[in-house]
Design a protein around this ligand. Structure first.
Ligand code: GLY
Length: 332
């Protein structure tokens, strides 16, 4: 006959055993996806050296974000860590290395969103803030406004103690030549660079919170204070813990008209579509309007996907399950 003390000990153990099995099922899972722009990225148009350089840059940015998440950091910090690196890298059209406006300036746009609270911050047309993504975050954290532009945004940056640089910091010879070619040959922005080097990141942290951020110089030869989708919350950037986090890259006018980033999360939330179905459907919609580009999306469950209608997209993803990959061309 089993002793009472042994029976009590077994009863005490039973709930513990089932709790630890449940814990394993619900184990925190982090996930990260990044992009550095989409466009006519074909193997034949890229030297082996360039390809190595782009892959290394994507890997460094991915590693920076993955490090934050693997150490228990927030999705917001991971997104910022990725984008700060890409803004400093002249290969991408954000921060240093941004494209030139028609008037020969670099005007930068950026936005960030927190999926837990749906707090958001965005800036457009800044010319002296080294890391526009940090300025977008400062706007979000300040909380009084969502979207600041131009001189006012720069005054706000100075008040918040963000790093200010001379406008020349962002200028590169390669981008200046693209503008000169565009003007000399009377080309459209897409002819000189059908490659949208906007950068972005989306993440789910181990607490289950999502964040998204995007940063860009816009389009070569932009005029009249043109602003694309990147700083427009709901077009270039969206995060909602109930569905997904999205960052877009592409021909901004079409991404605004399709409300891309919000539309993907809304389809998941309201039409119960999978993250890949929702992303593909919205990119198809952009294509039908005449637009090109792509998105990175992380779902509330941590699935990280890409969708694009161009021959390539600079991209990468990493998860706590061991996925860690960067890619450039379609089909990789
Ligand atoms: N997607 C970047 C822009 O159109 O400005």
């Amino acid at each position: 006959m089993i002793k009472l003390s042994a029976l009590l000990a077994l009863l005490a153990l039973a709930p513990m055993a089932s709790l630890s099995a449940q814990d394993a099922d619900d184990a925190p899972r982090w996930s990260l996806a990044i992009h550095g722009g989409a466009g006519t990225l074909k193997r034949e148009n890229m030297s082996a050296e360039q390809e190595v350089e782009y892959r290394a840059a994507l890997q460094s940015a991915l590693d920076a974000g993955a490090k934050v998440l693997s150490q228990g950091g927030s999705a917001m910090d991971a997104v910022e860590a990725v984008i700060v690196l890409l803004e400093d890298d002249p290969k991408f059209n954000a921060g240093r290395g941004a494209v030139f406006t028609w008037d020969g300036k670099n005007e930068l746009d950026s936005s960030i969103m927190d999926g837990e609270t749906r707090a958001a911050g965005a800036v457009a047309g800044v010319t002296t803030v080294r890391h526009p993504i940090r300025l977008a975050r400062a706007v979000m954290e300040d909380g009084r406004h969502v979207f600041l532009s131009g001189h006012g945004a720069e005054q706000f940056a100075a008040e918040k103690g963000l790093e200010i640089v001379p406008p020349e910091w962002f200028a590169t010879e390669h981008r200046r030549k693209q503008l000169e070619k565009m003007k000399a040959e009377n080309l459209a922005a897409l002819d000189v660079e059908f490659k949208f080097g906007t950068v972005g990141a989306v993440a789910r942290d181990s607490a289950g919170h999502l964040a998204a951020g995007t940063s860009t110089g816009g389009m070569t030869g932009k005029r009249w204070g043109r602003i694309g989708d990147s700083p427009v919350i709901g077009a270039g950037t969206w995060a909602d813990d109930r569905a997904c986090a999205v960052s877009a890259t592409g021909s901004g006018e079409y991404f605004i008209r399709a409300g891309v980033a919000h539309a993907i999360c809304a389809r998941m939330l309201l039409a119960d579509e999978s993250v890949q179905q929702a992303a593909d459907a919205v990119i198809a919609d952009v294509g039908e309007l005449g637009g090109d580009g792509g998105v990175i999306v992380v779902s509330k469950d941590g699935e990280a996907v890409f969708s694009f209608n161009t021959p390539g997209m600079y991209r990468g993803r990493a998860t706590s399950d061991g996925t860690n990959e960067v890619a450039i061309f379609a089909g990789e």
